[in-house]
Write a protein that binds this ligand. Structure first.
Ligand code: SAM
Length: 243
């Protein structure tokens, strides 16, 4: 049986009792970075029976090996460096293989940065929310994603790296300066921060004080007036969504 086990995204105590039991009882733990995961395991007094790596560079080969072992009845726990496996991390391929080959799996609930950020941003969630994974590193793809987010009636959230945050916020401030955004940073850690406000203000803040650490960018959904303005701009051939 395969167990996907979420691990802390900062605070080592954010791990459930069931996750610890599962890791203790697993025949094999597959981890993105074995050295990193050993720190967590040992912090909780766990010594894995077998610890192997599964990361983006060996995911295809490891998946085949693990499928073979799952077929033989081995208890396999999959963890990543932080959060829920499969969310911008390895995991989906193994789950897909379980579906295709009729192998049993379960996913334990636990920490993941995106739901915390979306709730902590405090925007209206009645229309749900969209998660786009990491924003594309290239400016064209990034701009397309951000324009789509500004034209969406629901909240959008993206993982972002600290050295690209400034460019992302500047672009949002240029496209729609009054649209509210929230940068959720260092969640569950000592310097946890939710910085929320119009895009122009949040952009100015981080321009003066560049952000460090891990972060999620959350963009408020467009209300009816905003969507109408965006539609009018698109119809008039002006593809700008904001001003
Ligand atoms: N699987 C993870 C999850 O469930 O959240 C995500 C892994 S992804 C490789 C790492 C990205 O998640 C970071 O670059 C950052 O955007 C976000 N992230 C992870 N931990 C975070 C934290 N403590 N605070 C804010 N964002 C975090």
């Amino acid at each position: 049986m395969l167990f996907l086990v979420p691990t802390p995204i900062g605070n080592l105590r954010d791990i459930t009792l069931r996750a610890l039991d599962t890791l203790r009882e697993a025949d094999v733990i597959a981890a993105e970075d074995t050295r990193h995961s050993l720190i967590l395991l040992r912090h909780h007094g766990l010594e894995p029976r077998e610890l192997i790596s599964l990361h983006e560079h060996n995911e295809a080969r490891r998946t085949q090996e693990l499928v073979e072992r799952l077929r033989q009845g081995t208890k396999v726990a999959l963890i990543t460096d932080a959060g829920l496996p499969g969310i911008s991390d390895p995991g989906a391929r193994l789950i897909r293989a379980c579906h295709e080959q009729g192998l049993p799996f379960t996913i334990l609930p636990g920490p993941s940065a995106v739901p915390l950020a979306v709730v902590g941003a405090g925007f209206d969630l009645d229309s749900g929310w969209y998660f786009g994974g990491f924003l594309p590193p290239k400016s064209g793809g990034r701009e397309r994603e951000l324009r789509a987010a500004l034209g969406r009636g629901s909240v959008s959230a993206f993982y972002e790296s600290p050295h690209r945050l400034g460019r992302t916020l500047d672009l949002l401030a240029e496209l729609e300066p009054e649209r509210r955004v929230c940068v959720a940073r260092e969640l569950t850690k000592h310097f946890e921060e939710y910085r929320r406000g119009p895009a122009r203000e949040v952009a100015a803040h981080y321009a003066a004080q560049p952000a460090k650490g891990e972060m999620v960018v959350v963009i408020e959904g467009a209300n009816r007036a905003m969507l109408k303005a965006a539609q009018a701009a698109a119809n008039s051939g002006d593809h700008g969504l904001g001003e």
